[in-house]
Design a binder for this molecule. Structure first.
Ligand code: PLP
Length: 388
């Protein structure tokens, strides 16, 4: 059987595994060695050294990541932010211009707003859910268009096909942060995106125990980005490679269960009298529902909502929960809850934040794999206890 024809879950388990297995080991061992005996390498990037991202642990996980998004190559990195910043700095230089979605993950937004201008790189913010305004923002020096598959924390899904077409028509490099969808729900390479980015800290690792990132794309692009990263130094250590490698095998099982739980919770919240509004792309009432159905094979497991009673009630409600842990980050097997105004988007200008829908009372839930009845019962008791 050809390994290229394997189904998604078979690839999660088997793609990239050493063949033959090392000493017969079924599980990929940790190669805890910073450097390796010289074996004829002629290029700097080929010297085997942990920072150069080419030890056996890197190679195995990188092959697996590329295989599951049907792309040629991948680079695993020390964090999602290292993947994003190294990739942007690879394709943008002084004098270039970037088009990016108007409300991005907080860290990426701060990097674009605060750091890129220091290097003479300009940007304009666009609404990636509505192609009508994009051409107007295009400049002769525009090089990159940047989006997220599902945005944080409003959970909008862009017009993904139009982004790919727009990039091709205008000779731009298209980049998408696929963290919230994960490779289970969307393959950027298959739709035609040049580069897919991940915070593997989230769904891909899924156990809230490491920070890691990935860049996935063509052989040519990954080679260029790897060369830059070899200078920037954002490499993942072999121990973390091992944990990521182990976790990725159950990615689909986790994602299916988490998404199913999230769908049921979103419906419960939508019908609850103590809830003002719910954002979940799997709700028929949601603005992104049609686009999510068109482009993704599921709706992921992030839900955001507002309770009746504003910020004070939101805080009381979160304190009353017994299962969901009040913590930033997302995508793990345990349900986490946070107020984005206080966590992921605390660095944003308050007026801009409210304009983007991120009020002080907006609550974001990262739904885990727990029994959904328990999660719903817990949400319900906390809503009842804090009703005025
Ligand atoms: C968390 C996150 C990042 C940053 O990843 P780190 O692993 O924390 O560096 C980037 N994009 C999205 C969408 C995220 O959720």
């Amino acid at each position: 059987m050809s390994k290229n024809s394997f189904g998604f879950t078979t690839k999660l388990v088997h793609a990239g595994e050493p063949d033959p297995r090392i000493e017969g080991a079924v599980s990929m061992p940790i190669f805890q060695s910073s450097t390796y005996e010289y074996s004829g390498e002629e290029q700097y990037d080929d010297i085997r050294y942990i920072r150069l991202n080419n030890t056996p642990n890197h190679k195995a996980i990188q092959k697996k990541l590329a295989a599951i998004e049907c792309a040629e190559s991948a680079l695993v990195t020390s964090s999602g932010m290292s993947a994003i910043t190294a990739t942007l700095l690879t394709f943008l230089k002084q004098g270039d211009h970037l088009l990016s979605h108007k409300s991005l993950y907080g860290g990426t937004a701060s990097f674009i707003l605060e750091d890129l201008p220091r290097y003479g790189i300009t940007f304009d913010l666009i609404d990636t859910t509505d192609p009508s305004g994009w051409s107007m923002m295009l400049k002769p020096n525009t090089k990159v268009i940047y989006a997220e598959t599902i945005t944080n924390p409003m959970l909008d899904v862009p017009e993904l096909g139009a982004i790919v077409d727009f990039a091709k028509e205008n000779n731009l490099i298209s980049m998408i942060d696929n963290t919230f969808a994960s490779p289970v729900l969307f393959s950027p390479a298959e739709l035609g995106f040049d580069i897919s980015l991940h915070s593997c800290t989230k769904y891909i690792n899924g156990h809230s125990d490491i920070v890691a990132g990935a860049v996935i794309g063509s052989d040519e692009f990954i080679k260029i980005i790897t060369s830059r990263m070899n200078h920037f130094g954002g490499s993942l250590n072999p121990g973390a490679c091992f944990l990521l490698h182990r976790a990725i095998k159950t990615l689909e099982l986790r994602m299916i269960r988490q998404s199913k739980n999230a769908g049921q919770i979103a419906l419960f919240l939508e019908n609850h009298p103590e809830i003002l509004s719910v954002n979940y792309p799997g709700l028929v009432s949601n603005n992104s529902y049609e686009r999510a159905k068109k482009y993704l094979s599921g709706f992921s497991a992030m839900v955001s909502f507002e309770v009746v009673g504003g910020k004070t009630r939101s805080i009381k409600f979160m304190d009353q929960l017994d299962i969901a842990i009040n913590a930033p980050s997302l995508g793990g097997v345990e349900t986490l809850i946070t107020r984005p105004a206080l966590s992921s988007h605390s660095g944003m200008d308050p007026a801009e934040r409210v304009k983007a829908g991120i009020t002080d009372s907006l609550i974001r839930l990262s739904v885990g794999i727990e029994s959904v009845d328990d999660l719903i019962t817990d949400l319900d008791q906390a809503l009842i206890k804090t009703a005025s």
